[in-house]
Structures are given as structure tokens and as C-alpha cells.
Design a protein around this ligand. Structure first.
Ligand code: ADE
Length: 247
């Protein structure tokens, strides 16, 4: 999968692309990330990319011409989705990440300063996306978050053990508790069943741990999770214990 990222700060992406899963995916040819400096597409002597807003008020607005020129010349008529990162966009979710990963090519425009000239939206943007209800200084961090989350869904980017369907949210639940060696630390013991070698019992324990954590932290997710009869019964027990003040 190929990403075309339009930014005023391409260097911000370098360390993220040089480490861990994104690095490995790039080395294996599963992921290509092309960084395009919007400034290179400004045609005036000072390579201006932002100006004060018409009508006054504080702050600066990213200009329309350099961005549209950059996107049109890189995409050259290709119909790839063009995402604008903005706190006014649709909230980014795991489902959206999986959906974007089905495209062979994706463009992301990193918004900046107080905003982007409205005509950028009208001319080239197909999706506006926010990573949460808070304001970042610019869209670069948001683009990196999305890039990482989307890349995890590209076939073969993750090994079997890391696979995306086990991630929190993919199953509709949060992940449960994890342990590794040692079996006891400062009097805190790893649950016996995880040391038992009984794979079915371990799988059951993990699912229950995920259910319990979701119930405690994000109970609204349970409304859309697909649950078996016995899992519903287990949740009923958690609810009963809670109403008796036991959890
Ligand atoms: N730019 C600034 N804040 C943002 C946010 N929350 N999501 C996406 N882009 C942004």
C-alpha cells in the first residue's frame, strides 16, 4: 500500500517510519510512504504557504494553491481517497482503519495553524478525519497515528502472533490482561490457568478477562459485541457482583 503525505514538516515523520513495524513493512515492500513538502509547490518568491484570513481575526490559514497543486500533480488523476486531518472531521476508529487499508493508495493532507482554505476541501479532499476531541498543533501527529493504525491491517504487515483481529476493538472488546515471566513478582502471581498448558482453558480465561475489562472500562462496547450465551451469563454474574458492591 502506498501513502502520499502532504505536509509542511516532512522531517516529523522520519523517526516513526524508521522504527518497529512500519520500518519492517517498508523494508519488505508492503508499505511505501512518500512525503511531499507543500512548500515545494508554492510558486511565489518567498514560497508562501499560509496567509492571514480574509475578514480578519487571528492566526494564519493554509493557502489553497500550493496544496491543490501538490495533490493534483502527485495523484495525476488517480482516484485515491484524499484525507484531510482536522479536529472537525469524522472520528477515526479501528473500523475506519481497516476500511482505508483496502485501498492500494491513500493521500493525507496534514492541516496546520488555524485552518485550511475552504476551497481545498471543495477541490481535492474526499474525507475529513479527526483522531479525537482535542486540538493538536498540526495534522502531522494525527497522520502518523492513522498511518500506523491503517498499516496494521495491510496483509502480512503483522506476524501471526501480533495479528490485527486480536487487537482491542477489532473483536469489539478491549484486550484482557497479559502476563510474562516471572510467575511471581512482589507477591503478585500470574493466574494459575495461564501456566497450566491447557489451551482451551487459557482461551476461555483470556476471553473472560477481555469481557471483564470491557465491562469495567468501556461497557458501551458490549452493546455491539457478538457474545455467546455463556458469555452473556458471565456478564450477568459481573453485573450481579457489581450491584452487590463486590467489584
Ligand atoms: N489537527 C489538529 N487537531 C487534530 C485532531 N484532533 N485530529 C486530526 N487532525 C488534527
Amino acid at each position: 500500500m502506498r501513502f502520499e503525505i502532504f505536509t509542511l514538516f516532512p522531517a516529523m515523520f522520519e523517526s516513526v517510519l524508521r522504527e518497529s513495524i512500519l520500518k519492517r513493512a517498508r523494508e519488505r515492500g508492503l508499505l511505501t510512504v512518500n512525503l511531499h513538502n507543500i512548500r515545494a509547490y508554492a510558486t511565489d518568491k518567498h514560497q508562501t504557504t499560509d496567509e492571514p484570513p480574509y475578514g480578519g481575526g487571528g492566526g494564519m490559514v493554509l493557502k489553497v494553491e500550493p496544496i491543490v497543486r501538490a495533490v493534483e500533480s502527485v495523484l495525476a488523476g488517480d482516484s485515491a481517497p484524499v484525507i484531510l486531518t482536522t479536529p472537525q472531521g469524522e472520528r477515526f476508529t479501528q473500523r475506519m482503519a481497516a476500511e482505508f487499508a483496502t485501498y492500494p493508495r491513500l493521500a493525507i493532507i496534514c492541516g496546520r495553524y488555524e485552518g485550511v482554505d475552504e476551497r481545498v476541501r471543495q477541490l481535492v479532499v474526499t474525507h475529513e478525519v479527526s483522531i479525537g476531541d482535542y486540538v493538536l498543533s498540526g495534522g502531522e501527529l494525527a497522520a502518523m497515528v492513522m498511518l500506523d493504525a491503517i498499516a496494521r491491517h495491510i496483509p502480512n504487515v503483522l506476524g501471526n502472533a501480533e495479528s490485527a483481529p486480536n487487537d482491542s476493538f477489532s473483536s469489539g472488546l478491549l484486550e484482557g490482561a497479559h502476563y510474562t515471566r516471572p510467575p511471581e513478582f512482589r507477591g503478585l502471581c500470574v493466574p494459575e490457568v495461564l501456566l497450566s498448558g491447557d489451551h482451551a482453558a487459557v482461551a476461555r480465561w483470556r476471553r473472560r478477562s477481555a469481557l471483564q475489562r470491557t465491562w469495567q472500562r468501556r461497557p458501551e462496547l458490549l452493546l455491539n459485541a457478538s457474545l455467546s450465551e455463556s458469555e452473556r451469563y458471565f456478564l450477568g454474574e459481573l453485573a450481579d457482583a457489581w450491584s452487590r458492591g463486590e467489584s
